[in-house]
Design a protein around this ligand. Structure first.
Ligand SMILES: *Cc1c(COP(=O)(O)O)cnc(C)c1O
Length: 412
């Protein structure tokens, strides 16, 4: 981007912050991402960016995966450049073939849909429930055909999905594999077990808007030896990302830290942006959101990113505990204002990536009221069936309700 346009944008942001302050709104609101970045992450990024030795040696990447597997109580884990790539690894592990049908929620991220389509699988969208925004088990059976091979269930917003057990039972009855999308819910527990351990394969994300973050990254886990072996095959064959991508990613740690996390030094982030251009990391490009497979898709996680992952993993429990504390405030807000709390399934401990609430469509369309009344920017995930793409999915009435009415509050 052109530097003048950038300066203009930075100025606009500054003016709008001043304006907010003058109107009695907060100067800075909790950001949508990178809230788990601290000085120690900045140090790790700084050390690796200045020393390029060992970037393409997977020692640290393996360490990260082993630590994650241990922490998650899973037998095998492998780390990639994104939860979406981890999903591609899961597809490989389960040996899903072109033309196979896979049941997925009609309320998810486009990158999930993309991963299936890249492998020529056929996504069959099924409706969600509105208690936890997971798959509604009561309508899944209608979608099963002779070609159905798997169900992809999701634990959204940090909640454990309502029909977890029913879906597992249903899959067993129909001899279907289960992939768990734990991108929002790393660390959430169900009867003392972390989510992702009931299905056949699960994936997690440590992208910048998730509960822990290395700007971009993700993991896949399994407890099954045969799938573990195939995951290793996929990992061993996966290329490393280009050095420029790694540099961009490491630089974004500093940029995001100052811009979003450090309350007094937000201007350093703006300054860094000015120096480096807007050369920070973009998780999903416009083309990717339109279904185009990025040239660098499918990479394993390199050691500098894994080093950040290790640093983040050491803090994830503390941050998740903080999220649960903040969630209590939104729980009360819902009660006081006549809105339904999201369901905390019996036996579950959520991690509250965000606190989802169904509000009037008008309050989702125009959400400045939250800034005024509550001092926060509300999140609007998701605003379409396959967010942020506008690709239409039909026959998911509850998903349509969530699209028009579900907002989410920050929990850090
Ligand atoms: C973010 C997200 C993913 C993908 O994770 P990345 O690490 O961004 O690839 C998958 N599913 C859901 C529901 C997500 O929100």
């Amino acid at each position: 981007m052109n530097r003048f346009r950038l300066i203009f944008q930075i100025l606009c942001r500054f003016v709008s912050r001043i304006k907010n302050k003058l109107c009695g709104y907060p100067f800075l609101t909790p950001s949508f991402g990178s809230m788990t970045l601290d000085e120690d992450d900045l140090d790790v990024a700084g050390r690796w960016i200045t020393n390029r030795e060992g970037w393409y040696d997977d020692t640290v990447t393996r360490q990260y995966a082993i630590k994650f597997a241990e922490w998650n109580s899973s037998k095998y884990a492998y780390a990639f450049m994104g939860g979406r790539v981890a999903l591609s690894a899961a597809i490989y592990a389960l040996d899903l073939r072109p033309g196979d049908e896979i049941i997925v929620p009609g309320y998810t991220c486009i990158v999930v849909d993309n991963a299936l389509l890249y492998d020529n699988l056929k996504p069959i969208y099924s409706d969600i429930e509105l208690d936890t925004y997971g798959l509604d088990s009561s309508v899944i059976e209608d979608k099963i055909t002779g070609k159905t091979r798997a169900i992809l269930l999701q634990h959204l917003y940090g909640l454990v999905c309502r029909d977890y057990i029913e879906i597992m039972n249903l899959a067993q009855r129909h001899n279907l594999k289960v992939i768990e999308d734990c991108a929002h819910s790393t660390g959430a527990e169900y009867y003392g077990k972390k989510v992702g351990n009931l299905g056949d394969v699960a994936f997690y994300s440590n992208e910048q808007s998730k509960v822990f973050n290395t700007i971009q990254g993700g993991l896949v886990v399994t407890n099954n030896d045969a799938y573990g072996k195939r995951l290793k095959e996929f990992f061993d064959r996966a290329p490393y990302p280009d050095k420029e991508i790694i540099v961009k990613q490491l630089r974004s740690v500093g940029l995001n830290y100052y811009k979003y996390k450090h309350p007094q030094r937000w201007w350093i982030g703006e300054l860094m942006e000015l120096i480096y251009g807007d050369d920070h990391f973009e998780t999903t490009s416009k083309e990717e959101a339109e279904g185009v497979k990025p040239a660098h898709y499918g990479c394993k996680m390199p050691s500098p990113v894994a080093a950040l992952g290790i640093c983040q993993l050491a803090k994830i429990d503390t941050y998740n505990e903080k999220r649960r504390t903040v969630a209590k405030q939104w729980e009360k807000w819902c009660r006081d204002n006549g809105y339904q709390n999201p369901l905390v399934v019996e036996g579950s401990v959520p991690v509250y990536l965000r606190y989802p609430v169904l509000v009037e469509p008008e309050k989702k369309r125009n959400h400045t009221w939250a800034l005024k009344e509550l001092g926060v920017d509300v999140g609007v995930w998701f605003t379409s069936n396959l967010h942020p793409s506008t690709k239409a999915v039909v026959g998911c009435p509850n998903a349509d309700i969530a699209i028009s009415r579900c907002i989410n509050f920050p929990c850090l």
